[in-house]
Design a protein around this ligand. Structure first.
Ligand code: ARG
Length: 247
């Protein structure tokens, strides 16, 4: 019983101690989701989460490593220890919360609709898309995919590996609508949408965005909660937010 207790104590002190010993915080993310994480022309990952990760590593007194991971496998990769934390614009869902813990949410987003321009007069809300004559798309394994299947079940559904593909298919007229997180759709609209697509920009889901960590690590969660409190009040969060978000 003593051995078991000792092991439990080690497991619970876990991630923070590992980070300290390693001298490096490893953050898991899937770049391609502007403005949270994207790759610049040099191939470096930049964005809101990358800057928050840098602030976090600085506060820990360690280096930062951004670990690029496929979205579909990001939770398994966390669970098998490929990195310490998911900072990837991840929506806190009750289903995901069954297998991982979440730090306090830092922003709330929702699904919005990018629609083909010639449908803008007919399609006013997601309900208008709920018809087998429409092809609607989102990204594999995301809350956009879940919302589309749940709320627009009659439409034909296409799943894409990347956000970018989905938007390109829409711009090229191959699909009728692309359902995704509002912040991404705002950027996609301004970069690729002009004259071809319309953004129905009122969110129709409620989605807190949060950092994910392995279960059973109260020390790490406590650190993250207090870090969030600090950066939300000392100007750090606001500075980073305004660098990446327009509003
Ligand atoms: N918020 C959505 C979700 O949690 C999409 C996040 C995608 N993030 C990314 N880095 N590709 O499913």
């Amino acid at each position: 019983a003593l051995v078991f207790l000792a092991m439990t104590a080690t497991a619970m002190a876990g991630t923070l101690e590992e980070i300290q010993k390693r001298g490096k915080l490893r953050v898991g993310m899937e770049p391609g989701y502007m403005p949270f994480e994207l790759q610049n022309k040099k191939g470096e990952i930049i964005g809101f989460d990358a800057d928050m990760g840098a602030a976090m590593a600085k506060a820990m007194g360690v280096e930062l490593e951004l670990v690029s991971t496929a979205w579909d496998g990001i939770i398994p990769a966390l669970l098998t220890g490929k990195f310490d934390i998911i900072m990837s614009g991840m929506t806190l869902t009750q289903e995901r919360n069954m297998s991982i813990n979440f730090a306090p949410p830092y922003v709330v987003i929702g699904q919005t609709i990018l629609v083909k321009k010639d449908l803008a007069a007919t399609i006013k809300t997601y309900k208008d898309l709920n018809d087998p004559k429409y092809t609607v798309a989102s990204k594999l394994g995301t809350t956009g995919e879940q919302a589309t299947k749940r709320m627009i079940p009659k439409a034909k559904y296409n799943s894409y590996e990347t956000e970018q593909e989905g938007v390109m298919e829409l711009v090229n007229g191959k699909i009728d609508a692309f359902i995704y997180d509002q912040p991404y759709n705002i950027v996609a609209m301004s970069q690729k949408g002009q004259g071809k697509i319309v953004h129905l920009d009122t969110p129709f889901t409620f989605e807190p965005i949060s950092w994910g960590v392995r279960k059973g690590d109260a020390d790490f969660l406590n650190w993250l909660e207090n870090f969030m409190y600090q950066v939300k009040n000392d100007g750090t969060y606001e500075r980073i937010y305004h660098k990446w978000f327009q509003d």
